[in-house]
Design a protein around this ligand. Structure first.
Ligand SMILES: [Zn+2]
Length: 51
C-alpha cells in the first residue's frame, strides 16, 4: 500500500487525507522539484580558431 503525502494549498500543511480536515479543501500532491525546461545541448565548447 502506497502512502501518498498530500498538501493542503490553503493551510500549507501536509496531510495524508484527500481533503484537509482543517478547512476541507482538496489536498494536492506536492509537486516535485521542477526539472529545468531549458534544453541542454551538453557542454557548449566554443573553440577559438587559431589561425
Ligand atoms: Zn487546510
Amino acid at each position: 500500500m502506497k502512502t501518498e503525502i498530500l498538501k493542503c494549498p490553503k493551510c500549507l500543511e501536509y496531510t495524508l487525507n484527500k481533503k484537509c480536515k482543517e478547512c476541507n479543501t482538496d489536498a494536492l500532491t506536492p509537486k516535485p522539484a521542477k526539472f529545468s525546461l531549458e534544453d541542454r545541448y551538453g557542454p557548449y565548447r566554443r573553440l577559438s580558431k587559431k589561425q
